[in-house]
Design a binder for this molecule. Structure first.
Ligand code: SF4
Length: 358
C-alpha cells in the first residue's frame, strides 16, 4: 500500500498523496548557456520528463531562470548550494521549487527570508542528506542520513515552513533503501527517490531500478529520478520503464522481445532497434512483441497488442497471440510498421492523450 504523504504542488504538478508519480531529470548543460539549456529541456519534455532541475551556481545563472521558464512547459527546480542570495533570486525569477539545505546557511535571518518568500509564492523546498557532506565517518550511514534530513526539516519547521520535499540518496543501494524506509516511517513529507552517482547507463539502470523499484513496491516515493552519467533523456526513458514495470504508469510502447536462441529465424535486435527508432516518441500505451520463431513466438507473447515473427522467407504479424497476417519476410517490417501506426492512431483517437501519461 502506498505511504500516505502530504500533497505538494510543484508548478502545475501535484505530488504526494495518491497523485501519479512523476519522472524527473536534471539538465547537464551550463545554465549560463540559456538556449542550450532550453533545448535540452525540450528534448526532456519530448521524452516525457515532468519536472526538471537546473543548477544555479551563481547570480548570472539565477538571472537566466525567467528566460528559461518562458520557453519550457514543465516545472523548474533550482539547485542551490550555499548562497542564500541565489535562493532568493531563484524564487523571484520564477523557480517552481528550490533544492537547498538550510543547515548550509549560517544566518537564521536568511533562512527566514527564504522560507517566507517560498511560502508567499507557494513553492516547496527540497532538503536532503548526502553521506559525502558529513564531517566524520558515521557509525551508521543510514542513521546519519536520516538524522541529517531530520535536522534540515527541523530548521525549516523552526521558521514556520512546512512545504517540504525530502530526498535521501546514497550511491549505496542498500543504504538508500534503509534510510528511505526509516524516514518514511517518521515524517509525512513527500519523498523524491534516486540513487546518487549511480554511474553510466548500464550500472545506473541496475542500481536505480533495484533501489527505486524496491521502495516504490513498498509504497514509498512520490517522484523519481534515475541518475545516469550521460544523456538525461535516458534518465527519463528509464524512469517510465520502471514505473510501467511496476504497474504505476502507462506510457509508450512496451517492447517484448525474446532473448533469441538456436531457433531464432529473424534478426530480432535489428527489428527492435527499428521499432524503437520509429515509435520511440509514442505516448499511448501499447504492448509490442518481437519474437524469434513462428512456433513459440506468438504463444509466448499472447498478451501483446501486436507482434511479429518470421522465418524461412515468411513473416507473420500477430495480434493477441493469433496470426493476423502472413507476408513475405522481406516486407515484414514495412507491413508491421504500417499496422502498428494504425494501432497507435486508433489509440490516440480513443484516448485523451493527457490520460495516457498516467
Ligand atoms: S521465441 Fe523462439 S527464438 Fe525466441 S527465445 Fe523463444 S524459442 Fe527461441
Amino acid at each position: 500500500m502506498r505511504r500516505k504523504s502530504r500533497e505538494t504542488r510543484i508548478g502545475d504538478i501535484l505530488i504526494g498523496g495518491s497523485h501519479t508519480i512523476p519522472v524527473q531529470s536534471m539538465t547537464k548543460t551550463d545554465t549560463h548557456n540559456v538556449w542550450e539549456t532550453i533545448s535540452e529541456i525540450h528534448r526532456l519534455e519530448e521524452a516525457g520528463c515532468e519536472i526538471v532541475r537546473i543548477a544555479i551556481p551563481d547570480m548570472e545563472a539565477a538571472e537566466s531562470i525567467s528566460k528559461i521558464k518562458k520557453e519550457v512547459h514543465i516545472p523548474i527546480v533550482c539547485d542551490i548550494h550555499f548562497d542564500p542570495r541565489l535562493a532568493i533570486a531563484s524564487i523571484e525569477k520564477g523557480a517552481d521549487k528550490i533544492r537547498l539545505n538550510p543547515s548550509n546557511i549560517t544566518e537564521e535571518g536568511w533562512i527566514k527570508k527564504i522560507a517566507s518568500l517560498a511560502k508567499e509564492r507557494g513553492i516547496p523546498i527540497r532538503v536532503g542528506a548526502n553521506i559525502g557532506s558529513l564531517k566524520q565517518k558515521p557509525k551508521s550511514a543510514v542513521d546519519a542520513l536520516v538524522d541529517g534530513v531530520l535536522e534540515e526539516v527541523r530548521i525549516l519547521e523552526g521558521v514556520g515552513f512546512s512545504n517540504i520535499v525530502i530526498s535521501i540518496k546514497s550511491s549505496d543501494v542498500l543504504v538508500t533503501i534503509s534510510a528511505n524506509e526509516k524516514i518514511a516511517s517518521l515524517i509525512e513529507y513527500p519523498i523524491h527517490l534516486g540513487i546518487t552517482e549511480a554511474g553510466v547507463k548500464d550500472d545506473s539502470l541496475i542500481k536505480s531500478s533495484l533501489g527505486i523499484g524496491y521502495l516504490l513496491r513498498e509504497g514509498i516515493g512520490d517522484t523519481i529520478r534515475f541518475s545516469i552519467t550521460g544523456d538525461p533523456v535516458e534518465e527519463v526513458k528509464a524512469g517510465f520503464t520502471l514505473l510501467r514495470s511496476l504497474g504505476l504508469r502507462k506510457r509508450g510502447l512496451e517492447i517484448i522481445s525474446c532473448p533469441t536462441c538456436g531457433r531464432a529465424e529473424i534478426d530480432i535486435l535489428g527489428l527492435v532497434r527499428k521499432t524503437q527508432r520509429d515509435f520511440g516518441n509514442v505516448v499511448v500505451p501499447l504492448k509490442v512483441a518481437i519474437m524469434g520463431c513462428v512456433v513459440n513466438g506468438p504463444g509466448e507473447a499472447r498478451d501483446a497488442d501486436i507482434g511479429i515473427t518470421g522465418g524461412n522467407g515468411v513473416g507473420v504479424i500477430f495480434k493477441k497471440g493469433k496470426v493476423f497476417k502472413t507476408v513475405k519476410e522481406n516486407s515484414l517490417y514495412r507491413v508491421f510498421k504500417h499496422e502498428l501506426q494504425k494501432l497507435v492512431s486508433k489509440e490516440e483517437k480513443s484516448l485523451n492523450i493527457s490520460d495516457s501519461f498516467r
